[in-house]
Design a protein around this ligand. Structure first.
Ligand SMILES: [Zn+2]
Ligand SMILES: [Zn+2]
Length: 180
């Protein structure tokens, strides 16, 4: 019975314009295709891989870190209650990368739970400082979600979509539309 369960509301934001290192212009959909192409090329040639953009995410104390190569396939802002409790903030933001694009360093402890949609999620946090740095969602096999806050980088791509907006705090700390 799904009757008693709140429906998942997924709000697709308009595609965001992005530029790569050569100044080419991408929409989110084009970026996703490009990321897949980059990933396939990176597996074959080391020179292509070395030219991919690298970003660095880490926990509060720095013991647990992730190097992320290339652009995220999807950036999703989640207003669900679990993300609120996990972050201690009013929403969480996940940047999904294909697993081969990530290099994880340091010790992580996993906390497993079910998402509101019923799929398993394994959250990996630093056992020293407690920051959750990345997680695996059974709903997205082959992908790792990295906490966007762990990059502490204001240049990080903005969310492509927002989910669980029924739990959004109404005073609007998260943008309801992408900024221009
Ligand atoms: Zn730490
Ligand atoms: Zn959530």
């Amino acid at each position: 019975m799904n009757a008693g369960k709140p429906a998942i509301e997924i709000v697709m934001l308009p595609p965001l314009a992005r530029h790569d290192a050569q100044g080419r212009h991408y929409t989110s959909a084009a970026l996703l295709r490009q990321t897949v192409a980059d990933c396939a090329m990176g597996a074959r040639t080391t020179s292509r891989r070395s030219s991919m953009k690298e970003r660095y995410a880490q926990c509060s104390c720095g013991d647990l870190s992730v190097i992320c190569r290339g652009e995220p396939a999807l950036v999703s802002l989640c207003h669900c209650r679990e993300c609120q409790r996990r972050t201690g903030s009013t929403y969480g933001i996940a940047a999904f990368f294909p697993r081969p694009q990530l290099e994880i360093s340091g010790e992580a402890t996993a906390y497993r739970r079910q998402s509101d949609s019923g799929f398993d999620v394994a959250l990996h946090f630093c056992p020293r400082c407690g920051s959750t740095v990345f997680w695996e969602a059974a709903r997205k096999p082959g992908m790792i979600a990295v906490a966007v806050g762990a990059f502490a980088d204001p240049e990080f791509p903005a969310p492509d979509k927002q989910v669980y907006t029924q739990h959004r705090h109404p005073w609007g700390a998260a943008p309801s539309e992408p900024s221009s």
